[in-house]
Design a protein around this ligand. Structure first.
Ligand code: PGA
Length: 245
């Protein structure tokens, strides 16, 4: 059944071109044994998905999209449809990442449509939720998470496979992950709030040392890794931390 193993996803964001993505995927695979107790996926840019799919063919590593269209295939210039990602073998899609919410103005209603589209086409949504520094300071962490979860999940069945990524916006791109105590509290709150089966992963400044700590946390079902996933050695060390758990 999907959902048993922890999931580690490397989010390459908009950092690499097609050639660089293929090279990094190859470097990552070099000398890397097939993980035994961890599911590993990488999320290249949309442009590089096709080429990276070729590199990952016949390996246990899965492909993740960084975004999907809010609507199905059709006259929607510049968008990428979930059904076409599914055709390429994309297993997961990151949806509602804070960079998209903030930079592209994606709101909860759009996020809900994207979650529904991905899910409908059997691309498992990774719904990102998390509070900004200002929201945390104002004591709004729980209300923000509650709203993002309630609205983001409004259009999918409670039985549909799902991953939630807790990504405190204030930790993303930084040098230090959120303190364990706060990660635990947020994961516990998310688990209680959704009240359905889902893997709940953490994302925000994860490196290998942090991964070794998080791997021991029973409520942390995996990691969404940004900048550390751009370094094949660092990403392999993160996977190893989960394998050695
Ligand atoms: P980071 O990014 O690891 O670079 O903080 C995480 C994310 O945005 O998913």
């Amino acid at each position: 059944m999907i959902g048993k193993q922890p999931l580690i996803v490397g989010n390459w964001k908009m950092n690499l071109g097609v050639r660089e993505s293929v090279q990094l995927a190859r470097n990552m695979l070099e000398g890397l044994e097939a993980p035994r107790q961890t599911e590993v996926a990488i999320a290249p840019s949309a442009l590089a998905l096709f080429a990276v799919a070729e590199v990952l063919r016949d390996t246990p590593f899965k492909l993740t999209a960084q975004n999907v269209a809010a609507l199905g295939a059709g006259a929607h210039t510049g968008e990428v449809a979930s059904e076409h990602l599914a055709e390429l073998g994309v297993a997961y899609a990151i949806i509602g990442h804070s960079e998209r919410r903030i930079e592209e103005g994606e709101d909860d209603a759009v996020v809900a449509l994207k979650v529904a589209q991905a899910s409908m086409h059997l691309v498992i949504p990774i719904l990102c939720v998390g509070e900004t520094k200002a929201e945390r300071r104002a004591g709004k962490t729980k209300s923000v998470l509650k709203r993002q979860l309630a609205k983001g999940l409004m259009k999918i069945k409670s039985s549909a496979p799902l991953v939630i990524a807790y990504e405190p916006v204030w930790a993303i791109g930084g040098k230090k992950a959120a303190p364990l105590k706060e990660i635990r509290a947020a994961h516990e709150f998310i688990k209680k709030t959704i009240n359905r089966s889902a893997r709940i992963m953490y994302g925000g400044a994860v490196d290998a040392a942090e991964a070794a700590l998080l791997a021991k946390e029973p409520l942390v079902d995996g990691l969404l890794v940004g900048h550390a996933s751009l370094d094949a050695t660092a990403f392999r060390a993160i996977i190893q931390a989960y394998e050695n758990r």
